[in-house]
Write a protein that binds this ligand. Structure first.
Ligand code: ATP
Ligand code: MG
Length: 173
């Protein structure tokens, strides 16, 4: 099955991580590859080590694209995202995983770091190999929404960020 977690509220990546936790309990092996998310570490980078080798989390991004303190050439972001997509395709093809998660791939598509046709090929591989595939991130493209078996949209009703509250370690990252 092909799943998408999208929307402007908090809970997309953590929903995918929760799905991984549940599947691992059922003896499944899960791979998450992250787009855009770069050198900084989140709580899950640590906790996933305790679930190895059933869960692997690989950060393949270079950080925020074109905002905040991003000084990298756009080409570096594109290369990283295209390499991440190629790696996802290889790993999905390999049959080593029951669930493959492409975290923040919707953002990578929205930013045109990767081509829609290349991401569609990843979906083709997952369908052919009968691997569960999850796309996360804001702004999911209609083409993928049409193709997905399940789409959940997390809507932002309220977030402490808008009251000037800083992101907290272990909650936001
Ligand atoms: P999480 O990783 O907590 O599940 P997410 O995957 O839904 O969040 P992203 O769009 O990937 O959200 O954003 C990553 C970071 O931004 C996280 O720290 C998340 O908590 C925070 N965030 C998510 N939604 C909002 C929002 N509406 N306003 C402010 N910050 C947000
Ligand atoms: Mg996320």
């Amino acid at each position: 099955m092909f799943y998408i977690f999208t929307g402007d509220g908090k809970g997309k990546t953590t929903a995918a991580l929760g799905q991984a936790l549940r599947a691992i309990g059922d003896g499944k092996k899960v791979l998450m590859i992250q787009f855009i998310k770069g050198p900084w570490l989140s709580g899950e980078d640590e906790s996933c080590k305790r679930l190895a080798p059933d869960f692997e989390l690989r950060k393949r991004g270079k950080g925020f694209v074109g905002i905040l303190n991003d000084t990298l050439p756009r080409k570096d972001h594109e290369d990283a995202a295209q390499d991440a997509l190629a790696e996802l395709a290889r790993e999905t093809e390999s049959g080593a995983w029951h669930i493959v998660i492409a975290d923040e791939i919707n953002n990578a598509l929205d930013l045109n770091l990767i081509a829609e046709d290349d991401a569609a090929r990843l979906v083709d591989i997952a369908v052919t190999k009968k691997i569960d595939l999850i796309f996360t991130g804001r702004g999911a493209k209609q083409k993928f929404i049409d193709r997905a078996d399940l789409v959940s949209e997390v809507h932002d009703v309220k977030h402490p960020f808008y009251e000037g509250k800083k992101a907290r370690r272990g909650i936001e990252y």
